[in-house]
Design a protein around this ligand. Structure first.
Ligand code: NDP
Length: 313
């Protein structure tokens, strides 16, 4: 059996295990949430985000399904509402500061805060073996800066609770710092991003800004950036490192006001982003986000997951 077949077998086995795990209901003791628990999902009008919203609602939470396009977002929310689920819609474009501000004001006035934030909204403009950076600014702007803007704006609105508020960032294995393939070639930069003492918001911002400058002057191809879907991989690498950084920043909060933040890779999922290629359904791709956000008893922060297991950054 070749490596590909073995990987396929392992993946299918894990998907079966997770399908089984999903049939086990949370006990009353484990359910720290209720219908008053508010979960926000970005980019939830379709794909993985829609499924995350769906699964939260099935668990009995109140879900704020957001979308940059009002009409499609309302339609998506309506599908879930028709099924008797507790879902409300609000417009939210994660690259538009005024949209984020309006959203935060509305959340504050309507609910007084939130308990869960899933940063799912994302874009990718490459497929197959393409590696165009034509839309690099949009990719970095949405995937990294959009996620960061949401965290900065929504963190003050996260409600105190004994279970802690939760942030989950939807990321990708393509953004791994130390994967076997697709790494940043510059060893010193990699070490700085890896080392908690040198990791800072400025370093992450500077890394993506340097890349975008090189895209403009054409020098990016010879600068040792990830080789596959370079702009997308770097945007997710920034999301991953920002998750680690924020976990440390947020760890100073006193008991009762904790916020736990993690990221995960949903796998290669059949959505519009992949042209419906992939070996994972949106339902399976959403699973780890929901599992992480609802983790009972276990207070995990600053980690990277796939298929309900921690993986290396
Ligand atoms: P889709 O393209 O189906 O969904 C992406 C969602 O993000 C859409 O709802 C889209 O809205 C929304 N979005 C894009 N830009 C913005 C913005 N500025 N503001 C708000 N929403 C926005 O893709 P997936 O469901 O596959 O992707 C979801 C997440 O999963 C992404 O972060 C992606 O990077 C990640 N991921 C996906 C993988 C896969 O194999 N599919 C693999 C690894 C990670 P609109 O409909 O208006 O475009």
């Amino acid at each position: 059996m070749g490596n590909k077949e073995r990987a396929k077998e392992r993946r299918e086995k894990r998907h079966q295990e997770i399908s089984f795990l999903r049939t086990i209901p949370y006990s009353d003791h484990q359910r720290w949430w209720s219908s008053d628990t508010i979960a926000v999902v970005t980019g939830a009008n379709r794909g993985i985000g829609f499924e995350i919203a769906h699964q939260f609602a099935l668990h009995g939470l109140t879900v704020i399904l957001t979308s940059r396009e009002t009409k499609v977002g309302e339609e998506a929310a309506n599908v879930l509402q028709q099924g008797g689920l507790n879902v409300v819609f609000h417009q939210l474009d994660v690259v538009d500061p005024s949209s984020i501000e309006l959203f935060a004001d509305w959340v504050n006035q309507t609910f007084g805060g939130i308990d869960i934030l899933v940063n799912n909204a994302g874009v990718n403009f490459n497929a197959g073996s393409d590696n165009s950076v034509e839309f690099a600014e949009k990719v970095i702007g949405t995937n990294y800066f959009g996620t960061k803007n949401m965290i900065k704006t929504m963190t003050p609105l996260m409600r105190p609770s004994a279970s802690g508020a939760r942030i989950v960032n939807v990321s990708s294995r393509l953004g791994r710092l130390n994967g076997r393939r697709n790494r940043i070639g510059n060893l010193s930069l990699r070490q700085q991003l890896e080392d908690d003492d040198s990791l800072s918001e400025e370093l992450i911002d500077q890394t993506v800004t340097t890349f975008l400058e090189q895209v403009k002057d054409g020098s990016w191809t010879s600068s040792g950036w990830p080789q596959v879907f370079t702009d997308y991989s770097l945007s997710k690498l920034a999301v991953n490192t920002y998750t680690r950084l924020m976990s440390r920043v947020l760890s100073d909060r006193p008991e009762g006001q904790k916020i736990y933040i993690n990221c995960y890779c949903p796998g290669w999922v059949k959505t519009a982003m992949t042209g419906w290629a992939g070996h994972t359904s949106p339902e399976e791709g959403a699973d780890t986000a929901v599992w992480l956000a609802l983790l009972p008893d276990q207070f995990v922060s600053g980690k990277f997951f796939a298929e309900r297991r921690e993986i290396n950054y």
